[in-house]
Design a protein around this ligand. Structure first.
Ligand SMILES: CC(C)(COP(=O)(O)OP(=O)(O)OC[C@H]1O[C@@H](n2cnc3c(N)ncnc32)[C@H](O)[C@@H]1OP(=O)(O)O)[C@@H](O)C(=O)NCCC(=O)NCCS
Length: 164
């Protein structure tokens, strides 16, 4: 599969909004949200559009959107570095390396400290991120379990690009 990845451009944001709807529906059994009056979950992408420590990336298979990633300032154990806020590959393109390709593109785009987290019931995401992060860091990541606060789950912590 020929996957290409790049930082999102302004004309990607309508597609990002639509892919977020698919993502939110897919995760709706573990991330409980209600539809708004317009029949959409809705997701505030404005800060990612501005790009000040909030970033959006998109993946393509040939010329079709295959997924996206949203990056925010690290939020769980630190405030510097990056947090993988949302990450999604469309079902059609899974288990063929698209997620790995997007993950490496995103991680390489933002060197420094990282935190990646998975909600407790998202075993697929946990298997995926453990595999990808182990490869990206040659196994030099730590893992913790967050059990209090507004976000709870498993968090991998690591540095990329040689920063302390
Ligand atoms: C998690 C997700 C991004 C994986 O995308 P993908 O393109 O299928 O991942 P890849 O093909 O690059 O997989 C890389 C490795 O991750 C692991 N992995 C991926 N999907 C897996 C699954 N369903 N079960 C177990 N391991 C899995 C495997 O080790 C895989 O390597 P392999 O195929 O050689 O065995 C995708 O399933 C997805 O978008 N899920 C719904 C949204 C979501 O949960 N996002 C993550 C939020 S933290």
């Amino acid at each position: 599969m020929a996957v290409t990845c790049r930082q999102a451009q302004p004309n990607d944001f309508p597609a990002l909004g639509q892919m977020l709807e698919l993502y939110q529906y897919e995760l709706s059994d573990i991330w409980q949200q209600d539809l708004g009056a317009d029949g959409r979950y809705g997701y505030d992408l404005a800060r990612h559009r501005e790009g000040t420590r909030f970033y959006a990336h998109v993946a393509f298979e040939a010329d079709h959107y295959a997924g996206f990633a949203l990056v925010a300032p690290a939020a769980i154990t630190r405030t510097d570095g990056s947090w993988m806020e949302q990450f999604f590959i469309l079902k059609r393109y899974r288990r063929a390396g698209a997620g790995r390709a997007l993950a490496f593109h995103v991680l390489n785009s933002h060197p420094g400290p990282w935190e990646v987290g998975e909600m407790p019931d998202n075993a697929t995401a946990r298997a995926f991120w453990r595999k990808v992060i182990a490869e990206a860091t040659a196994g030099t990541f730590t893992e913790m379990h967050v059990t209090e606060g507004s976000w709870q789950g498993t968090v991998q912590r690591f540095h990329l690009g040689g920063l302390a």
